[in-house]
Design a protein around this ligand. Structure first.
Ligand SMILES: [Zn+2]
Length: 425
């Protein structure tokens, strides 16, 4: 799975069209027939073809906890086959692993996953090779998958790693052999991944409960796609929970929901993989949610914010509160509302600006300071709290907040102190 930080330095798993890949891709990726795979594996650590390095056994099969057991001197390879029949016809899937690495039951589990995922691929992945020295990788030329022995974390369980790597790498196969690498809509989703750390809701490491050094959905459209396949297909219950958990920032939840809809409607032909089969987004679809994000949508929101009719303004502001931190395109209009509208609308605009946070600061701070200096305790309180929500970017508000922090009103005092802590932590 791309899940290794080393892979960022020496990426092997993807080949994008020239000019779009930010990382250099080695051109010497060997073909992955099982014989060639053995050769490949043996060359990776410059040791004799069938010798296994002691560090291999730091990851105990089936348990996965770091242990110092002594290594066997030689590796014997197990080649397991399963015949699969699906939309692609009848074909063999091959799994090549060091003998004893997995139990038959565990191999069966991996075969089950492959059989479940292959029908969604434009062509099935038939060859899976345990890669002695590296992490997971997808080979686009041979449409084969490497599984890696290198642990992402010393405490991750081996089978958790195997399942995650297999699904993530098949996700790359799905992206590169399917039509998805040409899909402008996925590019839009990817751009959203980069804002506000949204990608974390599909980051593989989020669901493997390990350090943040692994998974890189922020790297490019292909990586975001593979991570999204992992989240949607393999971690369906956990992914779903994140999409509706108020502890997850609004922006990440909304991004995750869009990914969910894309995966369901475009990639997995309407199927959901939650254990209870429930789909909390069954009344939405990707196309209509995406269309709300198009430029026309923003220009109509802009017009609504400038409307003299208060009810029109209110409904635009209600929508923006739901959009939260994605409301960046209308910051200027929100600041105008903050300066000129009636008090309830000003408070709503302040709330949206607070949800946007730092990016709103340059335009919003002067307007908020005017409110802090103005009359009306409620509006002053809202302005002070919003300055805090803007965080360190609201540094220019510090002198006014220090002044407010010594006022007679307990409410103003406490709000100012809290805002100062948010701005200068
Ligand atoms: Zn990857």
């Amino acid at each position: 799975m791309s899940l290794l930080i080393q892979e960022t330095q020496q990426p092997r798993e993807y080949q994008l069209p020239k000019g779009t890949n930010p990382h250099p891709v080695p051109t010497d990726t060997p073909p992955l027939t099982s014989e060639a795979a053995l050769h490949f594996l043996s060359n990776l650590n410059n040791s004799a073809p069938t010798t296994i390095t002691p560090s291999y056994w730091s990851l105990t099969p089936s348990v996965g906890q770091a242990q110092n057991t002594s290594p066997p001197p030689k590796t014997q390879w197990t080649k397991s086959r399963r015949t699969v029949t699906d939309v692609h016809g009848t074909y063999d899937v091959t799994l090549l692993t060091p003998a004893g690495l997995m139990t038959l039951q565990e191999e069966g589990e991996l075969f089950d996953l492959i059989a479940k995922l292959n029908p969604f691929l434009a062509e099935p992945v038939k060859m899976f090779v345990w890669n002695q020295a590296k992490g997971g990788a997808y080979n686009p030329k041979h449409h084969s998958v490497h599984l890696g022995r290198q642990p992402f974390s010393p405490t991750i369980r081996l089978m958790d790693q195997n399942r995650a790597a297999m699904v993530h790498e098949m996700g790359h196969g799905l992206y590169q052999k399917g039509a998805f690498s040409q899909d402008a809509d996925w590019d839009v989703v990817f751009r959203m991944a980069l804002g506000h750390g949204n990608y974390e809701v599909i980051d593989d490491s989020t669901y493997l409960n390990i350090s943040d050094l692994v998974g890189h959905p922020f790297a490019n459209e292909n990586e975001a796609f593979a991570s999204a396949v992992h989240a949607y297909f393999l971690q369906a219950d956990a992914f779903r929970d994140c999409l509706f958990n108020p502890q997850v920032p609004t922006s990440r939840r909304r991004f995750g929901q869009l990914v969910w809809l894309y995966m369901r409607d475009r990639v997995f032909k309407g199927q959901v993989f939650t254990s209870d089969g429930q789909d909390p987004l069954k009344n939405s679809d990707f196309a209509s949610v995406l269309s709300k994000m198009n430029p026309d949508h923003w220009s109509s929101l802009r017009a609504a914010l400038n409307d003299q009719e208060e009810q029109v303004q209110k409904s635009a502001l209600d929508q923006l509160i739901l959009l939260g931190s994605e409301s960046v395109p209308v910051i200027a209009e929100l600041v105008t509302v903050l300066r000129t509208a009636r008090s309830p609308r000003r408070r709503q605009a302040a709330r949206v600006l607070g949800l946007i946070g730092g990016p709103a600061a340059p335009l919003a701070v002067p307007a908020l300071l005017e409110l802090v200096a103005g009359p009306g305790e409620l509006l002053r309180l809202v302005a002070i709290r919003t300055l805090g929500e803007l965080g360190p970017e609201a540094i220019h508000a510090v002198p006014a907040l220090i002044e407010a922090a010594s006022e007679d009103s307990v409410n103003i005092r406490q709000a100012a102190q809290q805002a100062l802590q948010q701005i200068v932590p």
